[in-house]
Structure formats: structure tokens, C-alpha cells
Design a protein around this ligand. Structure first.
Ligand SMILES: *Cc1c(COP(=O)(O)O)cnc(C)c1O
Length: 393
């Protein structure tokens, strides 16, 4: 018997991926600025960032980080329960709870960890977690870690969700969905999902990584946008590393939920607390995201400008009203080539290929930001139209 060598097996899988032309490449940016990225010595307009409001480079946020580091040092030094929890964390949690209209909020180091922590604290063997097929990988992994039964329904298909929620009433049910889908940019049918969750006594959890700061009158996200109350969607997870321009994540909900997570969410208990300086910076970012309506309006204006110009050129856009504007290409080779051509023209738009998206659905995932100027958006559309020239109707 020859024992499988797990590292050699990994190398085989990598070779396989390479032979399919699907190898992912790590590149390091030499520099970045609002809406810009420097790669290979060239400054490109960045249409790949999730920094939708341009807050990562906002001078007030940068200065808050510096001030926070001066006051608290760089690292938290310990887990939250062992001295790592600082006043800055506490204040940020209060602000996030207020913003999202919930009793309490709890910080996590990343969105991935927040999803793992929440679902595995809530569900166990014998329970069922019902999820949209296009949910983020971290929600899928969370259900696997919890050891519950995972059922996935066809993307945005409320009837499918409803059918999968039909189980005996001794089974705990969690219905989990992205608020905004990260590779398609569309918004989940939250009103209807809340209805079917209610009808089955299931608990609705929304991962609003791409909705927070972007949607809703005060930027509180897709639930505010849809008018779904905290009662009807008791668990909200959102990240601090996208529209808020920082790093980390939080879960917001009832006191009962948050107190339970402090005890039982292992990815919160057994990890070093977020650097308190980041909590200081994020706090400022939250205030700007909530109060600077013009910035949010600029983002939505950019989305409108982009879609109008793309449609005028016959580009194959997907139905999205959010900053995520995928351009469906199809084959991985064509998507990769188009991405390279755009880079030559000065625009950074990476190709998204299987297994991140379904086979035959490779795309350019174009993301827009309030930091973009209209001339940059026009430039991108012109470059796209030029490259796609022949293949356009
Ligand atoms: C980015 C993302 C996450 C993960 O958040 P991180 O803080 O980057 O770990 C979770 N869910 C969705 C939908 C995301 O887009």
C-alpha cells in the first residue's frame, strides 16, 4: 500500500488546474490610491475593488487609524475575552448596533470567521441550513462546519427555499442568504424570503457584505433598502472591509443572540481581537458612510452612468443595480484575454472563472466606486467596446 501524500496530491490538482488554463495568479500592487491601483509599474484605474465609497483612502479614516495606533498600539494583544477587547471595540459595536437598528453588535476579525462562528454556534447535527446556491463560500463552509444538513435552492428562487424549509417542527431551521450576491451583483428577494422564513418558523440570516454602506437611505444595507425589520431578519452579518474601507466584520442582532455568540462562537473566542486602531478608523468610516449621502449618491450616479453607456454599446450586462456590474463573457479564455486587453488600456478588471462561478459563466466582475470619475467610466466602456468590437451586435 502506498499512502497518499497530501502535498503531492495538491501539486497534482494544481497541475490539473494549470492545464485547464484556470490557474490563479497572485500579483502584488506596488501602490494604491482612491480608485487606482499600481501593478507592474503601471497605474491603472481600479475596477476590481470593493471599496465602494472610496473610504479606504479617506484622509479622516487614515488619520483615525494613526491616532488609534498611537493610543492603543498596533495589535490588540489578546482575544476579546482575555483583555483584547478595548473601549474602541465597544464604542464601534454600539455604533454598528444603532446604525443597523438592533440591540447589539459583535465584532469578528473577518466576514469569513463571522459566518463560521454564527452558523456553527447556532446549528448542530439534525438541524437544517437552507441557502441560496450563489451564497458566499464562507456561508457554505459555515454550514459544513456546523455539521447540520445543508440544502441549497436555485438562485433567488423563493419557492425552492420554501420547499426546503418544509421539515418537521423539531428541526431547527436557518435560512441564510447574501443580501447582495458577490459575483452577480443582484439583491436577494428579502421581503419574500422573510415571508417564507416566517411561515416555517425559520430564522433568517442575511450576509450583507456588499450591501452595507451602499443600500438603504442611511446606508444600513439591503434590509433597510427592502424595508425588512430586525424581527423578520434576526441575524445580520456585514463586513467592514468593503464599502467601509477597513477590515473585519460584525454580527448584529438581539442581546440574546450576541450574548450567546460571545460564549459559543469559536471564531470569536479563540482568536486575537481586531486591532483597536482599526476599530477607531472604522468608527469614522461608519459615520461617513451613514451621514455622507452625497457620497452614496455619487456611487449610484456612477452605476447609472456605467449601465447607460454599456447598454448604448450593446454590452452584455447582468441585471444589477449595485456597484457589482458583471459582464458575462462565457469561456475562461475569452474572459482572461479581455481582462489582459483592458489592462493594456489602463484598466484593472480581473476575470472571474470557474470554480468561483459556474462552468461557461466566466465574466469580468466590474466594480464601481464613488471614487471613480465619469471620464474613467467612459474610458472603460470605450476600451471594452473597442476590444469586443466584432462580437457586438
Ligand atoms: C467578502 C465576503 C465575505 C467575507 O468577508 P471577509 O471580511 O472578506 O472575510 C463574506 N460574505 C460575502 C457575501 C462576501 O462578499
Amino acid at each position: 500500500m502506498t499512502r497518499p501524500d497530501p502535498i503531492a496530491r495538491l501539486a497534482t490538482a494544481q497541475a490539473q488546474r494549470a492545464s485547464e488554463g484556470l490557474l490563479r495568479r497572485l500579483r502584488s500592487a506596488e501602490d494604491s490610491a482612491a480608485g487606482m491601483i499600481t501593478l507592474g509599474g503601471r497605474q491603472l484605474v481600479n475596477f476590481a475593488s470593493n471599496d465602494y465609497l472610496g473610504l479606504a483612502h479617506d484622509p479622516r479614516v487614515v488619520e483615525a487609524l494613526r491616532d488609534g495606533a498611537t493610543r492603543y498600539g498596533v495589535g490588540a494583544g489578546a482575544a476579546h475575552l482575555l483583555g483584547g477587547h478595548h473601549a474602541a471595540h465597544e464604542e464601534l459595536e454600539h455604533e454598528l448596533a444603532r446604525w443597523t437598528g438592533r440591540e447589539r453588535a459583535l465584532l469578528f476579525s473577518t466576514g469569513y470567521m463571522a459566518n463560521l462562528g454564527v452558523v456553527s454556534a447556532l446549528l448542530r447535527n439534525g438541524d437544517r441550513c437552507v441557502q441560496d446556491k450563489l451564497n458566499h463560500a464562507s456561508l457554505i463552509d459555515a454550514a459544513r462546519l456546523a455539521g447540520c444538513e445543508l440544502r441549497r435552492y436555485r438562485h433567488a428562487h423563493v419557492d425552492g427555499a420554501s420547499r426546503q424549509l418544509d421539515v418537521p417542527d423539531n428541526v431547527a431551521l436557518l435560512l441564510a442568504t447574501d443580501g447582495v450576491f458577490s459575483m452577480d451583483g443582484d439583491i436577494a428577494p428579502l421581503v419574500q424570503l422573510a415571508e417564507v422564513a416566517n411561515a416555517s418558523d425559520a430564522t433568517l440570516m442575511v450576509d450583507d457584505a456588499h450591501g452595507i454602506g451602499v443600500l438603504g437611505a442611511s446606508g444600513a444595507g439591503s434590509l433597510e433598502h427592502a424595508g425588512v425589520s430586525a424581527n423578520n431578519a434576526p441575524i445580520l452579518m456585514a463586513t467592514l472591509g468593503k464599502a467601509l474601507g477597513n477590515f473585519g466584520a460584525f454580527v448584529a442582532g438581539s442581546t440574546e443572540l450576541i450574548d450567546g455568540l460571545v460564549q459559543f462562537a469559536r471564531s470569536h473566542v479563540y482568536t486575537t481581537a481586531l486591532p483597536p486602531a482599526l476599530a477607531v478608523a472604522t468608527h469614522i468610516a461608519v459615520n461617513i458612510a451613514r451621514d455622507d449621502h452625497e457620497r452614496r449618491a455619487k456611487l449610484h450616479h456612477n452605476i447609472t452612468v456605467f449601465r447607460a453607456a454599456a447598454q448604448a454599446r450593446g454590452l452584455n450586462l447582468m441585471p444589477s443595480t449595485t456597484p457589482i456590474q458583471p459582464l458575462l463573457v462565457g469561456s475562461s479564455e475569452a474572459a482572461t484575454l479581455l481582462s489582459q486587453q483592458l489592462e493594456q488600456a489602463g484598466y484593472f478588471v480581473p476575470a472571474i472563472r470557474p470554480p468561483t462561478v459556474p462552468e461557461g459563466a466566466a465574466r469580468l466582475r466590474i466594480t464601481l466606486s464613488a471614487a471613480h470619475g465619469e471620464e474613467q467610466i467612459d474610458g472603460l466602456i470605450n476600451a471594452l467596446a473597442l476590444e469586443l468590437g466584432g462580437s457586438l451586435a
